[in-house]
Design a protein around this ligand. Structure first.
Ligand code: GLV
Length: 302
């Protein structure tokens, strides 16, 4: 039993000693595999092109929070994603930062700053800003808690519509959710159902001048619809950590639009120690035949 490590090489000096200390075998890179039958798990962002090379493969582990970039698994191969408190905390931090930036009109003040314009605009209480969080999984629930603690009026949208003490809407009541979202936060996983969900129809259902925060996946967002909504004033501003494509081409309009703040998919990066700890927990679960931590429901896609 061994895990094949295909993640960022800089993480290897952390993973290897932790695997050694736990008595688990970690093979760094496909070239180092002498017996493919030994490989029972693969930790990667990009998996090997040919998984059939590994006859005893039981799980592919995404070293990030998402799995939408991974192909369908062959029969009998499980898919798991990394559960790491650091990933959740980092995304929480980014969303709190973005919420405060848009709540306090930072796109406008940054633009005024470039023009050396000293001019104030009315400031609104956090409690008067209704935040709507699409995706109330582990990260969404943590964001909801933090934004509530800052005084924002927070509601969530989730498939099951339950799970926290935050008011949570289901897809069936999506319009009611959108109508009360002055500031919409997208933290959804990318699935066939959620692709393109941030589009004209969703924007039209928001209160006029609403703000958009997006730390899901680029393919959730229809950029042309975003531009139209910004131009019409239906959306006031946006802060995005993800785009389609990534990297965003140099000549893309988003770079120059003062109503948009962009970061290059950095809301979270998996901490090497936390990632290795999770990978070891996956190996232990394989050894003991117990439920895999971070197991993905491949039918649902998250
Ligand atoms: C990053 O987007 C991740 O999935 O961890």
């Amino acid at each position: 039993m061994a895990m094949l490590f295909l993640s960022t090489p800089a993480r290897l000096p952390v993973w290897k000693p932790m695997f050694d200390a736990a008595g688990e075998t970690l093979i760094a890179g496909e070239d180092a595999v002498s017996d493919p039958a030994q490989v029972t798990a693969i930790a990667c962002w990009t998996p090997p092109a040919d998984l059939s090379r590994y006859p005893n493969l039981r799980v592919v582990l995404s070293v990030g929070a998402g799995v939408d970039h991974l192909p369908p698994m062959p029969p009998g191969v499980a898919l798991a994603r990394t559960l790491a408190p650091g990933i959740e905390a980092m995304v929480r931090d980014w969303v709190v930062m973005a919420t405060l930036m848009l709540h306090r009109d930072m796109p406008q003040y940054l633009e005024q700053g470039r023009a050396r314009l000293w001019q104030s605009h009315p400031v609104q209480l956090a409690s008067a800003r209704r935040v709507g969080i699409m995706g109330m999984g582990r990260i969404g629930a943590l964001v909801a808690q933090s934004l509530s603690a800052l005084g924002f009026d927070v509601a969530g949208l989730s498939r099951s519509g339950q799970g926290t003490d935050i008011q949570t809407f289901t897809a069936a009541s999506m319009d009611a959710f959108l109508e009360r979202s002055d500031l919409l936060v997208c933290l959804l996983p990318l699935t066939a159902e959620t692709r393109g969900i941030l589009g004209a129809r969703t924007f039209a259902a928001l209160p006029r001048g609403a703000r958009l925060i997006h730390a899901g996946r680029g393919a959730h967002l229809d950029l042309q619809a975003l531009r139209t909504a910004l131009d019409s004033g239906q959306l006031g501003s946006a802060m995005l950590d993800v785009t389609e494509p990534e990297p965003l081409p140099q000549d893309h309009w988003l770079w120059d639009d003062p109503r948009v703040i962009l970061t290059p998919h950095i809301a979270a990066q998996t901490d090497a120690t936390e990632g290795a700890r999770h990978a070891l927990a996956v190996m232990r679960a394989l050894n003991r035949d117990t439920p895999l931590p971070g197991l993905v429901d491949q039918a649902k896609g998250y």
